[in-house]
Design a protein around this ligand. Structure first.
Ligand SMILES: Cc1ncc(COP(=O)(O)O)c(C=O)c1O
Length: 430
């Protein structure tokens, strides 16, 4: 079977190469100046990702003029699709008045007010430029507040491209003195980590739904259980809501009923421009107050820049409960349709996740997020089949809806993905 799967993938790959000559040519040119023709590990897949020319609403268009329904949204960093008109309007205005000033701006204040209102248990907001920078800042704040160095996180939990938080990823284990690991949804493993290393742990950082790799949602009592453990041991509880702020107007904290000490935000809160933020308890974020003699240094020429905060405020403002409900409903429709279409074709399929973000794996059981993925051959086949049928999904078979995927677009996604499943079934039966 595996040989068949590999052979089928080679066939799909040949067809993909034949169908994307301009992307291939541009990739070859890129390889002379960018490592492997790429500037980012996420989003790369073999033989090469398409070179895009333009995005509009739910669609992306590549250099060969092919159209894709975007179900990955730049790693969940676009909540209202591409070139969202209200954001474009604000961006055009801001570009004429200057995009980055030292000091505070009206749009920075208004955006901070909006975020503080969305996560009402918190008081203060500090801007950065990406989710990775928000991670770095949250770690810095937690270390200074507690006087401890280690961060406890989950195996396979992704929090950006920051070495401290890469423990448990890319073949790396614990990094004593800097990072400790527990198993997501296994409260006992976190209990053990605290029992053994409690004195050194400054904070626990968790997502509510692990997304990059295999999508796994936290079980109801897991987050609150870890939060309680952290507080019992004098550590902070940090929620990485860079992706899952989409679950409710107040993000994962509202959805799961937890109160984090700090919340990391990024991705779509910039309305398509790079913005990161840490929102949190005034006594923790207040360590950055420049009036304090013992203030913590945190620079960043573009922190809270005018373009990002003005565009971000529009994106967050327009992510209302009604919009979230509609995205969640359409995601459920796609998941159900995919599962039944796969079953009709005798293909294994399991979907995981909650709300508008999910994973769909050609596997009878949910793949383990830790260690080699047994479904990888089949899921990789489906990934390339989906792309050839005009639906862009994450290379780990992650999906996310944006608000501009309406009922008609969602139906088209289903039709195209069912055709991709047909391609897979047909190729495997040869
Ligand atoms: C949960 C989570 N946190 C943080 C980040 C880092 O965000 P950025 O890529 O903007 O640095 C990511 C990126 O995928 C993420 O998935």
């Amino acid at each position: 079977m595996q040989t068949t799967v590999d052979q089928a993938w080679r066939t799909f790959r040949q067809r993909f190469v034949a169908e994307t000559p301009k992307s291939r040519e541009l990739t070859e040119r890129a390889q002379a100046v960018l490592p492997g023709g790429s500037t980012r590990t996420v989003g790369w897949f073999a033989p090469y990702p398409m070179v895009f020319e333009r995005g509009s609403g739910p669609y992306l268009f590549d250099a060969d003029g092919r159209r894709y329904i975007d179900m990955f949204c730049n790693g969940l960093s676009l909540i209202h699709g591409h070139a969202y008109p209200p954001v474009v309007e604000v961006a055009e205005r801001v570009l004429r008045s200057g995009t980055a000033w030292p000091g505070t701006s009206r749009s920075q204040i208004a955006f901070a007010e909006l975020l503080a209102q969305r996560i009402p248990t918190h008081g203060l907001v500090r801007f950065a430029n990406t989710g990775t920078e928000a991670s770095m800042l949250a770690v810095k704040l937690a270390r200074a507040f507690t006087g401890r160095r280690s961060i406890l996180k989950s195996w396979a939990g992704y929090h950006g491209s920051y070495d401290v938080l890469e423990a448990g990823l890319h073949g790396q284990g614990e990094d004593p003195g800097r990072a400790r690991l527990g198993v997501f949804n296994d409260l006992d493993s976190f209990r053990r980590a605290f029992a053994e290393h409690g004195d050194e742990i400054a904070a626990v950082i968790l997502e509510s739904v692990m997304y990059t790799g295999v999508v796994i949602a936290a079980e109801p009592e897991f987050l609150s259980g870890v939060q309680e453990l952290a507080h019992q041991h004098g550590a902070l509880f940090i929620l990485d809501d860079c992706l899952m702020f989409r679950l409710a107007e107040g993000g994962s904290a509202q959805y799961y009923g937890v109160e984090a000490d700090l919340t990391m935000l990024g991705k779509f809160i910039g309305g398509g421009t790079p913005v990161g933020a840490v929102v949190g308890r005034p006594d923790i974020i207040g360590q950055l107050d420049p009036n304090r003699p013992d203030r913590i240094y945190h620079g960043g020429s573009f922190n809270g820049n005018v373009l990002g905060t003005a565009c971000g405020a529009v994106a967050v403002r327009d992510l209302t409960a009604a919009v979230i409900d509609a995205m969640d409903r359409r995601a459920q429709h796609i998941r159900t349709a995919l599962e039944s279409a796969a079953a009709q074709r005798g293909l294994p399929m399991v979907t995981t996740g909650i709300g508008s973000a999910f994973g769909a794996y050609l596997s009878a059981t949910v793949p383990s997020p830790i260690g080699p993925r047994e479904d990888i051959g089949m899921s990789r086949l489906f990934h390339l089949a989906a792309i050839r049928r005009g639906v862009l999904i994450g290379d780990g078979n992650e999906f996310a809806l944006s608000s501009v995927v309406d009922d008609a677009v969602a139906d088209e996604v289903v039709d195209r993905l069912v055709a991709a499943l047909d391609d897979v079934a047909e190729e495997l039966s040869r």
